[in-house]
Design a protein around this ligand. Structure first.
Ligand code: MSP
Length: 470
């Protein structure tokens, strides 16, 4: 049995879960469920990133003690994962004492490549990122993502000598030993790697208190990204435990905005710790609203919990896994969602289930059970992380089944008492549906499970439609 460890980015808890956070979770959950179908053993991490200036500032603004603030919000993320029907096995909060201690130990292991130096430059608290002079000039001093002026920092920081690892990282990325998907992002990263200076990995305590204290210098707080990236291995018990049973990760899911941390700083840390690099880093696109970033000031923010409450987790996952491309930016609007829900989920899928179950019950059809196999084309798409395409591929089969019912007209066969033909026709259609449902189970676990129950030994006609129309 292959063991697979998969990870998701841990969101900052300076607010509530938003629609973009769902992407990591949905993609990773499909990966996990698909591999479980194939018989693999899966460990799946999720959690929350709770340190840094951004969170500290927000708690201060709200006048809430920081720990209390992160406790409240972290709970909402946990609930969100459950509401999405995401089956993670390991959950970490970076304010956990165990994590803090383990990160301090990791720091000590990196010491040969850490040096103290004056930093004079720019920082964006929104991005929690040091900004190069080149970027500062290109963006005219304003962060394009947060619409805020970069802050000027003049302070003494610890640096991590990335330059010591660049050649090895470049080789691992170029050779595919650490595969970066999609390919165009890999090219961007290789370019960025060449330009990357050593990274500052601490801030003076006088400037930032909310974070992990540097183990042998209590005047310094660790850079939130060193702390956050380490979660992928501290959650497995590193360095107290031997993690080789699960590490390297089979796949790490991250948004395009944070690929640089995962493809440059993270491998440098791992190389110095003597740990292997992750096998694949999947960098997904962004969810936009009418082509625009969702933002409170534009007023186009959609609360994902509202979508799930109204339509259920499967409908949410349906939209996010079929209509949100794995790699490119995609749009979410209520109109698009409701249209997809009514015309595709309810019509194509829900109606098909209802029609076939009704015909089978009415005509006393016995279903001859068949093994449901995953076809090669589907597997190729799934193995290439092209989830939206795999979904599309199965959906075409569903639409074909709908066409087939209309062409074969089983109700006419019934009327003409052509029993053998009718049995064969409905058995083919129902088994076709069950094949599709099996392939869709990583995407819509609850609905597909219901479909299996409806068409078990005896047909259990559903009392209400799987996806009631609006
Ligand atoms: N805390 C860091 C991650 C540390 S991982 C060691 C962080 N947090 S975040 O809350 O800003 O983002 C969490 C995840 O959500 C990231 O993968 C990010 O790319 C993703 N998304 C945030 N907004 C998004 C969209 N609008 N669309 C899709 N994904 C987006 O970064």
């Amino acid at each position: 049995m292959t063991k697979r460890y998969i990870t998701t980015a841990i969101p900052y808890v300076n607010g509530l879960p938003h629609i973009g956070h769902a992407v990591d979770y949905c993609l990773a959950d499909v990966y996990a469920r698909y591999h479980k179908l194939l018989g693999d053993e899966v460990r799946f991490q999720a959690g929350t990133d709770e340190h840094g200036g951004k969170i500290f500032q927000k708690a201060k603004e709200l006048n809430i003690p920081v720990q209390e603030y992160v406790d409240q919000n972290a709970e909402k993320f946990r609930d969100f994962i459950k509401a999405l029907d995401v089956e993670c096995t390991d959950y970490i909060r970076t304010s956990d004492n165990e994590h803090v201690r383990r990160v301090q130990e990791i720091w000590l292991k990196l010491k040969d490549h850490i040096y103290l130096e004056k930093y004079s430059g720019w920082y964006c608290t929104g991005c929690e990122r040091y900004i190069t002079q080149k970027e500062y000039d290109e963006n005219k001093g304003i962060c394009p993502d947060h619409q805020k002026a970069y802050e000027k920092l003049e302070e003494e920081n610890y640096y991590f000598r990335i330059s010591d690892f660049k050649d090895e990282i470049r080789e691992a990325i170029s050779s595919g030993e650490m595969l970066i998907l999609p390919d165009f992002r890999k090219k961007e990263i290789l370019k960025l790697l060449d330009e990357s200076p050593d990274v500052s990995i601490s801030r003076p305590k006088s400037q930032l208190t909310w974070g992990i204290t540097v183990p042998d210098d209590s005047d310094q707080t660790m850079y939130v990204w060193l702390d956050a990236l380490s979660n992928y291995i501290t959650v497995l018990g590193y360095p107290d435990k031997d993690i080789s049973e699960w590490w390297p990760a089979s796949a790490q899911f991250v948004g395009k905005d944070i690929l640089r941390f995962h493809a440059i700083i993270w491998p440098a840390i791992l190389l110095e710790l003597g740990l292997p690099l992750p096998k694949v880093i999947v960098s997904h696109g962004f969810v936009l609203s009418n082509g625009q970033k969702m933002s409170k000031s534009i007023g186009n923010v959609v609360n994902p919990v509202e979508v799930i409450d109204r339509y259920g987790a499967d409908a949410f996952r349906y939209y996010f896994l079929r209509h949100v491309d794995t790699f490119a930016d995609s749009d979410f609007t209520w109109d698009k969602f409701i249209n997809a829900y009514n015309n595709e989920l309810a019509n194509d899928f829900g109606n098909l289930v209802q029609r076939l179950a009704t015909l089978a019950v009415k005509n006393n059809i016995i279903i001859l059970p068949r093994e449901h196999e995953l076809d090669q084309e589907y597997k190729n798409l799934m193995d290439g992380f092209k989830y939206s395409e795999a979904f599309e591929y199965i959906w075409e089969k569903i639409q074909n089944l709908n066409k087939k019912i209309d062409e074969e007209k089983p109700w006419i066969l019934a009327k003409n008492k052509e029993t053998v033909k009718l049995e064969e026709c409905l058995n083919n259609l129902i088994n076709g549906l069950l094949d599709c449902s099996y392939a869709l189970s990583p995407f819509m676990p609850t609905a597909t499970n219901k479909v299996s129950k409806i068409f078990s030994d005896k047909i259990n006609l559903p009392k209400s439609p799987l996806f009631p129309k609006e």
